[in-house]
Design a protein around this ligand. Structure first.
Ligand code: CA2
Length: 145
């Protein structure tokens, strides 16, 4: 049976492609979702894509993933740098977790250089644009093979 990967996106990523293209590129989140679904198909992975501007909703999505997902790819956006709640939720998930950032957070403001989620993530991709989601999916395929 195909494995299922949940791809979770945090606050403001619904604006991807519509604002700040110099930082985040010009692809929309809907285009990223379509590209991930297409690549997932070739890798034998089902993908389920989520975005929320609310911390508690992301926590609850991780809880649901405990029973429905084999792996999680997460771009927690600003909650990366603030959310012990999302870290705690991810710590209850048993499969692989890959953290993705579109921008190179290490080249940006000091507050972006700490990630609570990295304390749980099995891998982190930053600064490779939206391609980072597809690279994370390829890594998931190897991890779950
Ligand atoms: O580089 C990333 O992917 C980030 O997770 C994006 C977050 C930021 O807070 C993190 O430090 C790094 C911001 C997401 C906001 O997304 C927007 C996209 C387009 C226009 C405006 C905001």
């Amino acid at each position: 049976m195909a494995k299922t990967i949940h791809i979770l996106n945090g606050p403001n990523l619904n604006l991807l492609g519509k604002r700040q293209p110099e930082v985040y590129g010009s692809d929309t989140l809907a285009q990223v979702e379509t590209a991930c679904a297409a690549l997932g198909g070739t890798l034998g992975l089902d993908t389920a894509f989520f975005q929320s501007n609310h911390e508690g909703e992301i926590v609850e999505t991780v809880h649901r993933a405990r029973d429905t997902a084999d792996g999680i790819i997460i771009n927690p956006a600003a909650y990366t740098h603030t959310s012990v709640a999302i870290l705690d939720a991810l710590n209850t998930f048993e499969g692989p977790v890959i953290e993705v950032h579109i921008s190179n957070v290490h080249k940006r403001e000091p507050f972006r250089q700490h990630s609570y989620v990295s304390l749980r993530a099995d891998g982190v991709i930053a600064g490779l644009g939206v391609e980072g989601y597809e690279l994370a999916l390829r890594r998931m395929a190897s991890l779950l093979a």
